[in-house]
Design a protein around this ligand. Sequence first.
Ligand SMILES: Nc1ncnc2c1ncn2[C@@H]1O[C@H](COP(=O)(O)OP(=O)(O)O)[C@@H](O)[C@H]1O
Ligand code: SF4
Ligand SMILES: [Mg+2]
Length: 361
Amino acid sequence: MSETAVAGATLEAGSADAAASPRGVLEVNDVVVQFDTDGGRITAVDGVSMHLATGETLGLVGESGCGKSTLARAIMQLVPMQQGSVRLEDTDLGTLSRRELRRMRHRIQMVFQDPRGSLDPRMSVSSLIGEPLRVHGIGDRAGRARSVAEAMELVGLPEAVADRLPSELSGGQQQRVGIARSIVTAPAVLVCDEPVSALDVSIQAQIINVLDELRDELDLAMLFIAHDLSVVRHLSDRVAVMYLGQIVETGTASEVFTEPRHPYTQGLITSVPRADAESAARLQTARRLVLGELPSLLDPPSGCRYRTRCPYATDECAATEPPPEAVDHAGGLHWVRCHHWRGIAAGSAPQPSSNSQEQAP
Ligand SMILES: Nc1ncnc2c1ncn2[C@@H]1O[C@H](COP(=O)(O)OP(=O)(O)O)[C@@H](O)[C@H]1O
Ligand code: SF4
Ligand SMILES: [Mg+2]
């Protein structure tokens, strides 16, 4: 896309800063998010750090309930953080007033899982896509109309649907509207929270391709969240694997997929369906066997949080939380939180202790 068109008069804000910044366009540092629930306080996000460069996609994977959406909402400043910071371009979002934050919002946008739920059913496609421009006061009427038309073209929506209501669209088209809404303000960062999980498998690849093309054309930094590794594989430059509120492994997509070091990542990859795989039902069973049930955040295991499901867990795993360690050959990009990753990789993992997989006291 030409920078002017979808952006309309928009690129004034932030773009010079972004170009000047030697760091990532998005820097997430040691974020903690807690909720008070009926059962007590839970830590849904527990010290997560990550960064994103312009034009880069980070895939974030982990099972349902591990804290992915909470992290996304913390990045968007939609949920309070107990600790940590989120820096967009050169601005620490946590220091902004509500008003200042609203003004920054067009630089960081979100695509939601359920397109239908995030679209006002009474608004036409073109009004929905133009709404963020109106809200942020971007461009004049003619400029906004041009930006809407260009955003529609970018996400592959035909002109003919411009006057339709969301209920008159297919699920895939609804999600294209959701994506068009989030790119029409020319954001620097797009946070996609399971954008294909609610769609038919046949449509998922189309939407992933749309996002992939947009990332290239608009030089977006993209955080792409999924509960399934196979979904992020095609799209991601780097991958982060989340377990019970923490990142347990991160690296380039090729490293994480070809040489996963954390037993959890290894389990996730084993359970990724392949073309030659057996039926979906048998894969589900295999997945449960490999992964077991997710422990409660109300009573997380001591030491390594994965120890209650890990086939290699030892007493050390129950006693001490593993710090992130760089995997030697990868120049620091690939790191893992596991006491025994070297032994596991070398085929000489320590003998599991009999009681280390028991739930925390
Ligand atoms: N507003 C909230 N109040 C209380 N608990 C919440 C809230 N939002 C999320 N949680 C809890 O935080 C944990 C992480 O949830 P979530 O971030 O939605 O996970 P994911 O997106 O990975 O499925 C879950 O245990 C969930 O029940
Ligand atoms: S630290 Fe121990 S329990 Fe945790 S993943 Fe590594 S081997 Fe398994
Ligand atoms: Mg979620």
